[in-house]
Structure formats: structure tokens, C-alpha cells
Design a protein around this ligand. Structure first.
Ligand SMILES: Cc1cc2nc3c(=O)[nH]c(=O)nc-3n(C[C@H](O)[C@H](O)[C@H](O)COP(=O)(O)OP(=O)(O)OC[C@H]3O[C@@H](n4cnc5c(N)ncnc54)[C@H](O)[C@@H]3O)c2cc1C
Length: 454
């Protein structure tokens, strides 16, 4: 059944060179890079703050997998990490992942950054419709308190994580695991106050890592009596004042991240698990006997969702063989982290295990890397749109590497510069000069191999 809506005129709110939709890691990379290329940039964000999953799901220890490896953060991510730390410090008493952000300070820092770059940010701005003219976007429609309003740009970048703009423009997509289309679980993170930091760290121990390991063993032995199917219990920062800034536990499985009925069910299901894990930790560990729930993340967070059909679909085979692409726009340490969409945890944990089934977690090994081609950011069928972040064109297992926050920021940078070159050259993003794009990205701090060095 469907209702018919009468056509109506949509007021034009603003115009710009480059419109970025979604203010998460990829959107920040795109907006800042396009602005640094001299573009007039508008950044639309449906929430009231920037940072995407870092700030909305408390995912503060983004680059934990680079610990004890030769790799360092690059480009805008490295700059934000350094400047945010210099400006606000970071009260992390754990030696584990010292570089984790404090996501509340990050919110403050990102507000300053976008203003410094001259980017116009509009919060509370959900985009779910576009006006097409042939195969080009004529404008996007923002749902506001004053009704729908249009924004027009010369180039558009979709960094919504769910590829909402590409979807609205008619770009094809895949979602979830090949075959059953199941996505990784959605998670509602939490923060706990009142932990006994001194005891958790006494004699050089890392009490939270110990608790995480004990939890997994207890879960597998059937001793926790918890309803949530998640077996891992990763923690974030532990402050001197007893705040555990991030508990990544409460997961709901089998949800479609784009379906409001599933989202509503998932939010409530996860919040019951938030209370369960809080109570379990409080009654089980002496160091945590005084904890309280300090906050519950404002929204369920997803690791994967729609993945666009682009000019090139990045595959796990490309990544495993470190295939070189002439249009490479980012090089990243080989790493995958896929929470089994069906909560099946008994695979061997590698990309080779059980036909990519089960939980896949591959550590960074030696200096192995993979490349992201620009063509994976270029959607099929729409002329003036680029896509960056976790929803680029990739297969499901490949996405479990592509989704890394700092890499999303790098693909965002690729899209930001690509869109700027398209504006300057009055061409479509797919036709920009790749050598110039790569040169610009190098100057923005990305480590792109030169043709000779490839
Ligand atoms: C619980 C959890 C733990 C994780 N742990 C890690 C980790 O340790 N390390 C790591 O590297 N990665 C981790 N990830 C994955 C990582 O968070 C994401 O892959 C990454 O944030 C993707 O960045 P993005 O910019 O593509 O999308 P997002 O971070 O999802 O940002 C998208 C932004 O767009 C906005 N938006 C969405 N739709 C619209 C719309 N229609 N209109 C306007 N705005 C819109 C959103 O509000 C959001 O701000 C984790 C994810 C979760 C959920």
C-alpha cells in the first residue's frame, strides 16, 4: 500500500561548490580536504555533533590495531589526533592505546576545526531525497523543522555510512553478507563511572584486559547467563577518576541498519544488554563494585550497511594480494575485523576460515598493506556524486577492513580532493586527472606510492 504525495516547490536554502552529507570520519576528511582545495563547502549532519561513530558510539580507540606495528596514522586523522591531544590532553591511565580520543573533547575540537576551515556546518539536517536532472543531482532535500529545504552544489559527496544519498539517487548497492544479506550486529556502547583505577592498574597489570579475557572464557563456559550473543568485551580508556569511557558490548543481531522498525527494536534490545553487562560487572569484580552507568550512547552504531555499486568493486582477493591500482588514493595496513553477522564465533578467525564465515579478526602482520582505488568511490550511474567511508564499493569481507575509522577519513580525503578537481576542471569526478589527485593527496599527508615505486 502507498500514499500519493502532491508535487510541491522546495525552497532553496543554500548553494555551494561541494556539499558533503554526513559528518563522520569520512565526511570530515571530505569537507576539510575540499575546503583546503579552496572550495566553498557545506557539511550536513543529521545529529547535533560531528565525529560519526567516534562520538556517537564512543569508538575512541580507533587505531588500536596499529599498536606495536610499524604503521602510523596519516593525513587528517594524524593531524586531528595530534591537535586534539595537544589542546585537551587525554586522561587515559591505561597504557593500552594511549592515543585513544576522548570523544567529548573531540566534539569540541571538531567544532573548532570546521569553523577554522570556513566550512558551513548544518546540524539536525537529515537528507533522504534528491532531485535528479538526467543522471546528475540537481539538489538534495534536507528534512528540517521548517519542512523540506533544498541545497544545491556543483559536486556532492555521500559520507552517510549508509549511502543514503547514493540510494536516493538510484545508485545500486549491496548490503550485508553475500547470500543472506546479514550485516554485522548493531551496538549501543556505554560508559561506566566509579571503577577502582588504582586496583585495576596495580603492579603494572591491565585489569580491564584481564576482565575482557575472563569474560570471554566465562561466556563460552556458559557461566555468565547473559542474553546478549556477544562474547567479547572490549574496553576503552580508563581515567584516573574511574571512568571507563567505552564498553563495546551490547549487540543486537540480524538488523537492517536502514529499516526504522529494526532500528527501534535494536535500540531497545541493546539497552537491556547495557543494564545486564553493567550489573554483571558490578557483581563479579571487586574493582568494579562501585560502578554506575555514566551514559548510554545516543544511538545504535553500525559497522556496515549499504555498499554502493561503483566503477570498481574492491574484493578481499585484491586486499589479500595487495593489488596495485593506478588510481590508488589510500594505502592501509592489512587488517580485518568482522563481527560474525550470525554471532557464530567458532570459525578460525581468519579470512580463510570456513569460507569467510564466523568472526574474522586479522591482526596487522609485518608491513602488509592494501590499496583503495579511486574508482571504488565513483558510483555507477550518477555523474556528480562521490561516496566515501564504509559504504564505498567493496565486497562484504573487504568492507571489514575498509570500515577502519582512519581509513574512512582517508577515503573521505580522496573524495574531497576528487570533487574539488571536478569543480575546478568543470568535469565529472570520474574524469579528474588521477596524477594530480594523487599529488594533492600526498601534499595533504597521505602516503600514496608513486608510479615508479609501485
Ligand atoms: C561499536 C562500534 C565499534 C567500532 N570499533 C571500531 C574500532 O575500534 N576501530 C575502527 O577503526 N572502527 C571501528 N568501528 C567502525 C567505524 O566506527 C565505522 O566504520 C566508521 O565510523 C565509518 O565512518 P563513516 O564516516 O563512513 O560513517 P559514520 O561514522 O557512520 O558517520 C556517518 C555520519 O553521517 C551522518 N548521517 C547518516 N545518515 C545521514 C543522512 N541521511 N543525512 C545526514 N547525515 C547523515 C551520521 O549521523 C554520521 O555522523 C566500530 C563501529 C562500531 C559501531
Amino acid at each position: 500500500m502507498a500514499l500519493v504525495r502532491k508535487e510541491r516547490e522546495i525552497p532553496l536554502l543554500k548553494m555551494c561548490d561541494v556539499l558533503v552529507i554526513g559528518g563522520g570520519p569520512a565526511g570530515l576528511g571530505a569537507a576539510v580536504s575540499a575546503a583546503r582545495e579552496g572550495m566553498d563547502v557545506i557539511l550536513l549532519e543529521k545529529r547535533a555533533f560531528l565525529g560519526g561513530n567516534i562520538t556517537a558510539s564512543y569508538v575512541e580507540n580507533c587505531n588500536y590495531f596499529l599498536r606495536n606495528t610499524p604503521f602510523k596514522a596519516e593525513g587528517l586523522y594524524a593531524e586531528i589526533e595530534r591537535r586534539c591531544y595537544e589542546e585537551y590532553g587525554n586522561d587515559n591511565a591505561r597504557s593500552y592505546n594511549q592515543k585513544a580520543f576522548s570523544s567529548e573533547y573531540l566534539k569540541l575540537f571538531l567544532d573548532k576545526l570546521v569553523q577554522e576551515e570556513g566550512i558551513t556546518v548544518l546540524f539536525h539536517a537529515l537528507v533522504n531525497e534528491v532531485i535528479m536532472e538526467g543522471s546528475s543531482i540537481l539538489g538534495v532535500i534536507v528534512q528540517t523543522k521548517q519542512g523540506p529545504q533544498a541545497i544545491q552544489a556543483r559536486q556532492y559527496i555521500d559520507t552517510t555510512g549508509d549511502a543514503d544519498v547514493a540510494y536516493a539517487s538510484g545508485v545500486g548497492y549491496d548490503q550485508g553478507r553475500e547470500g543472506d544479506h546479514l550485516c554485522q550486529p548493531g551496538t549501543v556502547s556505554l560508559r561506566l563511572s566509579g571503577a577502582d583505577t588504582r586496583k585495576l592498574l596495580e603492579n603494572g597489570r591491565d585489569g580491564l584486559s584481564e576482565i575482557g579475557r575472563q569474560f570471554k572464557a566465562a561466556y563460552r563456559a556458559g557461566e555468565t547467563a547473559l542474553a546478549c550473543k556477544r562474547q567479547d568485551l572490549p574496553f576503552g580508556r580508563l581515567t584516573h577518576g574511574g571512568l571507563i569511557s567505552y564498553v563495546n558490548y551490547s549487540c543486537a543481531y540480524g538488523l537492517d541498519p536502514t529499516d526504522i522498525q529494526d532500528l527501534s527494536k535494536g535500540e531497545m534490545e541493546c539497552r537491556t544488554y547495557v543494564y545486564d553487562i553493567y550489573h554483571y560487572l558490578k557483581r563479579t569484580y571487586d574493582e568494579l563494585k562501585n560502578i554506575e552507568i555514566a551514559s548510554i550512547a545516543p544511538e545504535i552504531g553500525f559497522r556496515d550497511s549499504r555498499r554502493i555499486h561503483g566503477c570498481y568493486k574492491l574484493t578481499i582477493e585484491d586486499m589479500e594480494s595487495n593489488r596495485h591500482f593506478d588510481d590508488v588514493i589510500a594505502v592501509f595496513p592489512r587488517f580485518y575485523d568482522m563481527l560474525a553477522p550470525d554471532a557464530y564465533m567458532d570459525g578460525n578467525g581468519s579470512v580463510e576460515g570456513k569460507g569467510f564465515a564466523g568472526h574474522i579478526y586479522e591482526h596487522v602482520v609485518d608491513e602488509r598493506t592494501f590499496e583503495i582505488p579511486y574508482a571504488s568511490l565513483v558510483p555507477l550511474g550518477v555523474d556528480n556524486l562521490l561516496v566515501a567511508g564504509r559504504c564505498i564499493s567493496a565486497d562484504h569481507v573487504a568492507e571489514s577492513g575498509v570500515r577502519a575509522i582512519s581509513l574512512c577519513m582517508m577515503t573521505g580525503q580522496g573524495a574531497g580532493v576528487g570533487a574539488a578537481l571536478a569543480v575546478k576542471g568543470a568535469c565529472e569526478p570520474k574524469d579528474v586527472c588521477i596524477a594530480e589527485l594523487q599529488d594533492r593527496l600526498r601534499s595533504l599527508g597521505l602516503n600514496i606510492p608513486s608510479k615508479e615505486g609501485a
